[in-house]
Design a protein around this ligand. Structure first.
Ligand SMILES: [Zn+2]
Length: 103
């Protein structure tokens, strides 16, 4: 375990219909456009496991996509049930921090 893996969300909230907010254990506050999170899904349905090529049709993701349910996965990730019926995506804390840093 390195330092980065010890950072975890202490609060996750739907900040607005289109934004998810995460407060981290190191005090950082991240905001994510929820559609962008949906498009960043790295599960086997959305990204080819072997080639890494995207399989998700961006046009198929509704503009008003939003999380229906968010639950923790172990101590390293969250799993999101989306309003388009997609629920196999797991977002590691590391991935979420990286996504935040890109904004
Ligand atoms: Zn997916």
């Amino acid at each position: 375990m390195d330092d980065a893996s010890a950072i975890r969300p202490i609060r996750i909230e739907q900040a607005s219909p289109s934004e998810l907010g995460i407060t981290w254990s190191d005090g950082r506050e991240s905001r994510y456009a929820v559609r962008r999170l949906r498009l960043a899904c790295a599960c086997a349905h959305c990204v080819d496991e072997w080639s890494g090529e995207p399989r998700l049709d961006v046009a198929s993701v509704p503009e008003d996509i939003h999380p229906l349910k968010i639950q923790p996965v172990g101590r390293y990730a969250i799993q999101i049930d989306w309003s388009d019926g997609h629920s196999t995506g797991i977002y590691s804390f590391r991935q979420l921090r990286a996504l935040d840093a890109e904004e």
